[in-house]
Design a binder for this molecule. Structure first.
Ligand code: MN
Length: 233
C-alpha cells in the first residue's frame, strides 16, 4: 500500500520470558473500581452501591512501557499529575457481548500499570461537564510493565497492589477489593464496543492517589503479576 507518509509503528509491550512482544491496539480504563478510591474522590454513590462500571480511554500510542526503569516526561499544562497503580488486562482475543463466564478466555495476560492523570484538568472537566480526555489521555499517560501470560500466572483475583514514591508507600490495596471483577469488566465493556486482541484494560486504582513531581522514582507491584519501575523526568 502506498501511504502519504510511513504509518506509525504499533505500540507494544514485552512479554515475560519471551522474545515476542504484545502489539497494543486500544487502551480502555475503568473509573472508580475500588470503594476506598471512589470515596477519596468524593463519589459516594459509587463507593456505596454497585453503580454500573464506567469507562474512558487513552490512545494506544499514549503507552510507555518495558522491562527496566521507564522514563516518563512530566506532561505539559498541569500542576497536579497523579499516580494511579492498576492491574492491566491484556486481551489475546476479541468479541462482542461476551458472557461473564467466557470472559477469561479472551485474556492473554496481565501487567502492572499506571493510569497517569492530570488531576487539575480532569477536575475542571468534571466541573464543566466536559470530556476527561485531556486529563487522562495525554502522551505517556499509560505506563505498563511487561505482560505476564495468564498461561503462567493464572487469574490474579487476590493479592497486594502497591506503589511507592521515593521509597515511601503511597498506595497499598488488594485486588479482591475491586467492585467489578475482571470478567464482569470485560463482559460489560464488550456490550459497548467490539473488543479485539491487543486491547488493554486498566481496571481501576485503590486509594492513595497523589501528586508526582520531576525527580520522583516510582516502584509498583502486584502479587503474582510483577513489578514496574518508573522515573518522572
Ligand atoms: Mn484509573
Amino acid at each position: 500500500m502506498d501511504f502519504v507518509f510511513p504509518p506509525h509503528p504499533v505500540a507494544s509491550l514485552p512479554v515475560v520470558a519471551s522474545a515476542q512482544r504484545f502489539p497494543v491496539r486500544r487502551i480502555f480504563c475503568v473509573g472508580r473500581n475500588y470503594a476506598d478510591h471512589a470515596r477519596e474522590m468524593g463519589a459516594l454513590e459509587q463507593a456505596e452501591g454497585r453503580e454500573p462500571p464506567f469507562f474512558f480511554s487513552k490512545p494506544g500510542d499514549a503507552l510507555v512501557g518495558g522491562l527496566g526503569r521507564i522514563e516518563v516526561a512530566y506532561p505539559p499544562q498541569t500542576a497536579n499529575l497523579h499516580h494511579e497503580i492498576e492491574l492491566v488486562v491484556a486481551l489475546g482475543a476479541g468479541g462482542a457481548n461476551v458472557a461473564v463466564d467466557a470472559a477469561k478466555s479472551l485474556i492473554f495476560g496481565y501487567a502492572v500499570g499506571l493510569d497517569l492523570t492530570r488531576r487539575d484538568l480532569q477536575a475542571r472537566a468534571k466541573e464543566k461537564g466536559h470530556p476527561w480526555d485531556m486529563g487522562k489521555g495525554f502522551d505517556q499517560s499509560a505506563v505498563a510493565g511487561a505482560i505476564a501470560p495468564a498461561s503462567q500466572c493464572g487469574y490474579p483475583e487476590n493479592g497486594r497492589i502497591w506503589l511507592t514514591v521515593n521509597g515511601e508507600t503511597r498506595q497499598d490495596g488488594d485486588l479482591n477489593a475491586m467492585m467489578w471483577k475482571v470478567p464482569e469488566i470485560i463482559a460489560n465493556l464488550s456490550t459497548l464496543v467490539r473488543l479485539e486482541a491487543g486491547d488493554l484494560i486498566y481496571t481501576g486504582t485503590p486509594a492513595g492517589v497523589g501528586p508526582l513531581v520531576r525527580g520522583d522514582e516510582l516502584v509498583a507491584g502486584i502479587d503474582g503479576v510483577g513489578s514496574l519501575r518508573a522515573g518522572i523526568v
